[in-house]
Design a protein around this ligand. Structure first.
Ligand SMILES: [Ca+2]
Ligand SMILES: [Ca+2]
Length: 277
């Protein structure tokens, strides 16, 4: 009997092993010589694409409130920050569909509870956002992580020194905001508004975005190399960019706010990925 049993299952095991060998392998899709503006998506173990990434260059910028007035003391002093290496950042915040591949049912579609899979993954705590980047790194064999606060402001400003990524005035229909005559009453699916000049959608507005940094009341002592600030009040982390519930003040590129890291309300997040040296 035992021998018969072994004969019965052995071919099944061999078949399963052969099937595994043909299953899609995680694969880096990074361009051979990445240039700013290039886009790519790494492949997950399932064969599904990871978040769409855009390459940004190294560079120096001024972080903080650059206006003569209307600044919060949280946004000062202005600091010169140099990002020494190019890296990639997701064009959109991580969507519900993407997050569900990691942790089904743990996020929601923002305040359109029945929103489509292309809605921002909302209700994600800072720890869950970080856990997603660790999972994505394992899935792809690449180094994914949250953006530092300086990197966030660098890619959202995209060279601009005005209050908004698109210019001096708040204007209309640049982002999903509160009572500002866009066509979305609550959370919008990602990518419904024009991107900034580096190709990032919803850079401000729609949903607050977690970054890696602990909360500090101002930029004094912020690392000049764009790395995350991991001292200060680390029970709180920084959120950036304002949301559909916010107006002109909160949607400025320099605006920042603390949120207790275990809280999860409407926050979204964007991912960064390091490029091959
Ligand atoms: Ca709106
Ligand atoms: Ca946003």
């Amino acid at each position: 009997m035992k021998r018969t049993f072994a004969h019965a299952w052995l071919p099944a095991v061999l078949l399963a092993a052969a099937a595994m060998a043909f299953e899609a392998q995680p694969a880096s899709q990074e361009p051979a010589d990445p240039q700013p503006g290039d886009t790519f998506s790494d492949t997950l173990c399932s064969g599904d694409p990871g978040p769409e990434m855009v390459v940004v260059s190294a560079g120096t910028f001024r972080m903080g409130c650059l206006s003569a007035e209307g600044c919060s003391e949280y946004e000062l002093p202005v600091r010169e920050v140099t990002i020494h290496r190019p890296f990639a950042v997701s064009k959109y915040v991580v969507t519900l569909e993407q997050f569900n591949r990691f942790a089904p049912g743990r996020a929601f579609a923002g305040y359109n509870f029945e929103g489509p899979g292309t809605s921002p993954a909302s209700g994600v705590s800072w720890a869950d956002a970080r856990a997603y980047t660790e999972w994505l790194s394992e899935e792809t064999g690449e180094k994914y992580r949250l953006l530092s606060e300086a990197e966030w402001e660098y890619v959202v400003r995209a060279g601009s020194t005005t209050p908004y990524p698109w210019g001096e005035a708040f204007g209309a229909n640049h982002a999903n905001c509160w009572a500002c005559d866009d066509k979305f009453e609550f959370t919008a699916p990602v990518g419904q508004f024009a991107p900034n000049v580096w190709g990032l959608h919803d850079a401000v507005g729609n949903g607050w975005e977690w970054v890696e940094d602990c909360w500090n009341d101002n930029h004094d002592g912020n690392p000049a190399d764009g790395s995350a600030r991991l001292e200060g009040d680390c029970s709180y982390h920084v959120i950036r960019g304002g949301s559909w519930r916010d107006g002109p003040r909160e949607l400025r590129s320099a605006f920042r706010r603390p949120v207790e890291k275990r809280m999860f309300k409407g926050e979204n997040f964007r991912v960064a990925r390091e490029l091959a040296p």
